[in-house]
Design a protein around this ligand. Sequence first.
Ligand code: WT7
Length: 642
Amino acid sequence: MSDTVYPAPAGTDDSIDATRADAAWQRAASDPEGYWREEAQRLDWITPFTQVKDTSFDEADFRIRWFADGELNVSANCVDRHLATRGDQTAIVWEGDEPGETKTLTYRELHRDMCRFANVLKTLGVKKGDRVTLYLPMIAEAAAAMLACTRIGAIHSIVFGGFSPDSLANRIQDCDSTVVICADEGCRGGKRIPLKANVDKALAHCPGVEHVLVIRRTGGDVSMTEGRDIWLHDALEGVADECAPEPMNAEDPLFILYTSGSTGKPKGVLHTTGGYLLWVTKTFKEVFDYREGELFWCTADIGWVTGHSYVVYGPLANGATTVMFDGVPSYPDHGRLWETVDRLGVNILYTAPTAIRALMREGDDWVKKYRRTSLRLLGSVGEPINPEAWNWYYRVVGDERCPIVDTWWQTETGGILISPLPYAIDLKPGSATKPLPGVQPQIVDAEGKVLDGATEGNLCLTDSWPGQMRTVWGDHDRFFQTYFSTYPGKYFTGDGCRRDADGYYWITGRVDDVINVSGHRMGTAEVESALVSHVKVAEAAVVGMPHEVKGQGIYAFVTLNAGVEPTDELRTELRQWVRNEIGPIASPDALQFAPGLPKTRSGKIMRRILRKIAENDTGSLGDTSTLADPSVVDTLVAERIG
Ligand code: WT7
């Protein structure tokens, strides 16, 4: 079957065309020192670096350091340096949950808000290197809070507002945050999210937290603990408008962001100052071909890495105008994105396949009701985009005018690694196309043998790039073991990947025990441990299953304790239990009571078989002869859900 190919359109004189893209890729591979020395001039350095790249993925001299003796400040790069030329330009367009509930902030206003916020943090005793946890809706103050942390060298850790009090508590404890910043409530799709009340519950288990800074968003009733909780608007009274940026070493920590892995509790992914900022600055400019005066809208929440890199840091470092959206695509109706695109005049839209599929299901009329003529470029991120969804996005949303950048990356990579440069490469629906300059992918088989040419296997990266994560907070050994021990000398992404005869990469999804639900990463082990913490559950095994809108859904097999009746009420109770333990995104889509789980004679659960059952691919269960009791499989197949 031959793939449909959409030829790259002509860009502007400044766009990266095919010739420039090739030259950059070659140069980055053959002369990384020279290439990155020049690229790093995109940033303003307080102290210029002399060292460029100092990296090794080998166990004996494992290290990842970029521009290590340079000094800079992220907030100065994102805000101060634009004041002279674009102080009155809009930096942030905030779009609330209700359409037209809009607020804009110029770079000058953002500078003032950020400095004042930083001064408040100082009065709370926050110092360079301290961790500050943010649990916030998508309000402009969230960007100011992030920048305020970077202003004074504090490390922010943002926890997505959809996580439960327990998940929040774990993340606060893991990095020993002393200050939490939250809002009274969030608003999503017309509903209120009790953020402050969740913080109160979480803090019952976090004695190390000294202060909670509360931002008034809805005016809803919240309880304030005397001596601990402070309203931001009170704290801001009489605070100075200026705060000098702290000079930070390029390798000083910038932020921690927790993400799920195949084992254990979520890992605190640590990014540092210079390399991360350079990576998001460059990829934002080049992948979206961002042009002066354009309005960029990434619909991601700042609780995920996409929000960090492409709502806040990448756009602002480039002096762009970025939209912060505090709503959802389905509220008040399924035309919300397109109505907002028209009303605000959005030029670049960056969203997730799950949103595209959900809207596609509602029919073309919701889209066609609006003009969308401002759109120039469309982006996709978070999970593989199936060709049907790609084509719908291209034809119906973009009127066959707008190239689509399908961007593959991870929390760990800091920013985009494999993606079209839209004016340089022909597009194939469903392929993230080719690596960006400086990115060296390799496909290997299960034993680590390098596979060349057209092939399929596991995706690795053979060399470092500046935006790479530097460690797992508090557990450097776990960092090495997780990413560099499977295939020695290489970074293993956890993704499966096909490369076609034209050298295009097609990400096929996770090959580890991580599932991708609506573009959100979920460790099956986390859901399992939530399930077994329920008194009635003896054992649980969780796998992914195909889901029309979410990409993958969560399928849980649950063995109950002896004597417990498997009822529909209990099924509902267990799903609710997981919601409460982790958050709504972890709630199982299917929950099957299993009298027994398929295990080898040594007691290992055979997930391969459970995956097949969840996928309803029971005709090819493979060899079950090594099972301790092969008959459990028949029962599971017979009682399969859906
Ligand atoms: C995992 C990373 C990328 C930031 C948001 C998610 C999957 C991401 C794509 C894509 C196919 C993709 C991978 C990756 N993924 N983008 N364009 N095509 N798969 O970050 O939560 O760290 O998840 O998302 O499986 O490993 P994350």
